[in-house]
Write a protein that binds this ligand. Sequence first.
Ligand SMILES: [Zn+2]
Length: 282
Amino acid sequence: MEWGGGRREGNIEDRRGLGPVGVAGGGIGAVVLAVIGYFVFGVPPETTMNAVNGAQQPAVQEGARGQVSDREGQFVDVIETSNTDVWGSLLAKHGVNYRPPAAVVLYDQATGTGCGTGQSAMGPFYCPADHKVYLDLSFWNELETRFGAKGEFARAYVISHEIGHHIQSLTGASDEARRLGARGAQSGSVRLELQADCYAGVWARHAPEASGGGIQISRADIEDGLGAAAAVGDDAIQEQAQGRVMPDSFTHGTSAQRMRWFGKGYDAGDPGACDTFEARTL
Ligand SMILES: [Zn+2]
């Protein structure tokens, strides 16, 4: 993947180096309130609601806004900006006015969010209450070493998946998902996650052209993306962690499903192909 010529709109809030927040308020023990958009580890809403009840909300610490000077931060900026360029015109055709997330927040370890305390251990996530994507860049190491997903494109897929959750908050899909439940092979959570994978595929299809060639994505990159989608399937993670697969507790979909929906989005290049809520087979 090549991205050095990609535009950077600077929609980054940099909280790195500020230190974890919310410790004094019991925030680190509390978990994120709204269950949406975890890249890998879904937390059921009942658990999070209970955990947050009685716990003080952490103070939200604002980081510096705008351009970042390090390469890792700039990569995030390029991918976020590319999503803005791709989705602005694509969603207009579907009558949806795309607005970028309020920011992609880069943080270390733990940080206050509009949804409670965000922690690295959750993996990247989107908070619908403040419309921000939260990302601890140490996740990239985990993506490679724990999940075996290598390459920059795997990271771009993760970022675009999270922005996919932002799109869902604009289209109302998140509300629909909530009615369908948070766990199980056919749950609203699984449908939401697979749709976000599909949106990441749609982004990948259009990113090179929308960037005027500033971003280049090869067939090998797409294979890396499919590999990453497979690596973070519920069945693969459960097999690795517990030695068995329990579909009743699925939150994100199987490896095969995640690959299928990412591929579907890429092949179609159209968010209309991503209707996981109407699909008969996921
Ligand atoms: Zn997700």
